[in-house]
Design a protein around this ligand. Structure first.
Ligand SMILES: Nc1nc2c(ncn2[C@@H]2O[C@H](COP(=O)(O)OP(=O)(O)OP(=O)(O)O)[C@@H](O)[C@H]2O)c(=O)[nH]1
Ligand SMILES: [Mg+2]
Length: 436
């Protein structure tokens, strides 16, 4: 009997205890974890993570509601925006022999930051291809530098694009929609003439020859990306396209190389343009040179783009799907005069002028030789060409994963050998073995 009572008491105690546990759990309130400022609802910018990429939240839980189209409030001075230290205190180490060369590449990179951003023009459908590019740029460089990334589109970016890209970029991300007048036919273009050209190029199977959007893209990259409101806050840009690869660790900040070296334009791959797409580009260029002799640099690189002293174009150009460059140069009167002169001539639509020859001719004529830089250390792929640094020692110390046999630099269709010659540069050891 006593044992029976004790059992009932035990049951009652357990029931009361269970009730209280249940009550406590069901009525417990927890504070929401706050997201980094600017990420999610109402933020003018979308931002995830801070220096070092810590403090991440799940981006999927907070859809980004509003792309920013307004410029960010920042001074437009030529001073590096994020500079925290005197440049002289943190030397720019570009080779293992330089003081400050970091072998381990761990943690946030010391030293100043330039007023610079990555920039990508993309469609929503490019999301997974640009995701691959970003991952590589972050792993090989930006996870230690946390530079911003501006995305531009002729249509609004969707939530998937913004969520995926924001989750991958270690700096701030900004999304801009391109104004109609930067992505349409100017009123002086004869639509019938342009249409006939496209039909003719389609018949002749010229790549992208029948595409209207490709032409808008080339005109936009030639004349407008650098003056989008979001880009006005920056001084340097690094252009990244979908589906590119980076094969080596980057031990130094290329934006700093540009800034400290007085560079305005840079490249990793160069080649000959498809002549059928730019039949009258050089005629237009010559007209510009005649009208604006004041814009032609004294110590220019005419020898890189012309083999006959400027009579004809040899079709050499820097491949513009990779570029690190000065936005202030592109926004200069010289460059704008050049673009507007070409734009008036209509070749973006009456032919299929690409932004690569346009940028390259501009750099070749209006910059001094010393202002154009070849980034040998940035190993890069965009279908179908690879830049893989020449020299086993370089590739090993940069932990490259490219196949040196695929290096395009010294092959017959590349113009990089000519660039070295024009600039009196010594080609790296072993270049002759990679000619074919
Ligand atoms: N928003 C937008 N971006 C575009 C459009 N067409 C091309 N792009 C972007 O412009 C850049 C160049 O276009 P691509 O199609 O890569 O041109 P390409 O490099 O000459 O050719 P591929 O060999 O096909 O890569 C890429 O970053 C594209 O994502 C378009 O119609 N709208
Ligand atoms: Mg491309």
């Amino acid at each position: 009997m006593v044992a029976g009572h004790a059992r009932y008491v035990r049951y009652i105690v357990i029931a009361v205890f269970t009730f209280f546990v249940f009550y406590f759990v069901s009525s417990f309130k927890y504070d929401k974890v706050s997201l980094p400022s600017g990420f999610g609802a109402g933020g003018a910018t979308t931002q995830l993570g801070s220096a070092g990429g810590n403090g991440r939240s799940e981006p999927q839980q907070q859809p980004i509601e509003k792309p920013i189209e307004e410029p960010i409030e920042e001074p437009k001075s030529s001073e590096p925006k994020k500079s925290t230290q005197n440049l002289a205190n943190t030397p720019l180490a570009m080779t293992p022999n330089d003081p400050g060369w970091d072998t381990d590449l761990v943690g946030t990179a010391p030293g100043p930051r330039m007023n610079a951003t990555f920039v990508t023009l993309a469609r929503n459908s490019d999301v997974w291809d640009i995701a691959r590019s970003i991952r590589q740029v972050e792993d090989r460089f930006n996870k230690r530098y946390n530079y911003d990334w501006v995305f531009l589109n002729n249509e609004p970016f969707d939530d998937t694009f913004k969520t995926v890209t924001t989750s991958l970029v270690s700096g701030k991300t900004h999304y801009g929609e391109i104004a109609k007048e930067h992505w349409s036919f100017p009123e002086w273009i004869d639509q019938d003439k342009a249409k006939k050209v496209r039909e003719d190029m389609a018949e002749r199977k010229i790549i992208y020859g029948d595409s209207v959007s490709y032409r808008h893209m080339c005109r936009f990259e030639s004349g407008f990306f650098f003056r989008q409101p979001l880009m006005m806050n920056y001084e340097y840009y690094w252009r990244v396209e979908p589906s590119i690869e980076l094969f080596c660790d980057l031990h130094y900040d290329p934006f700093r190389v540009m800034h400290e070296g007085g560079k305005k334009y840079s490249f990793v791959l160069s080649l000959y343009e498809y002549a059928e797409t730019i039949k009258t580009l050089w005629d237009s260029t010559k007209k510009f040179m005649k009208n604006h002799p004041e814009h032609i640099a004294e110590n220019n690189s005419l020898g890189f783009i012309s083999d006959d002293g400027g009579e004809t174009y040899n079709n050499c150009h820097f491949w513009s799907n990779f570029e690190v460059g000065s936005l202030n140069w592109l926004r200069s009167k010289a460059y704008i005069d050049f673009f507007e002169s070409l734009d008036q001539d209509g070749g973006f639509f009456y032919e299929r002028w690409g932004d690569a020859p346009v940028h390259s001719i501009a750099a070749g004529l209006m910059l001094n030789k010393s202002e154009i830089h070849f980034f040998n250390d940035i190993a890069y792929y965009h279908v179908p060409f690879t830049h893989c640094p020449t020299g086993e020692e370089t590739r090993t110390r940069l932990r490259c994963h490219c196949n040196p046999k695929e290096n395009f630099d010294w092959k017959g269709y590349s113009c990089t050998s000519k660039f070295f010659d024009v600039n009196g540069m010594t080609k790296p050891e072993g270049w002759e073995n990679q000619k074919d």
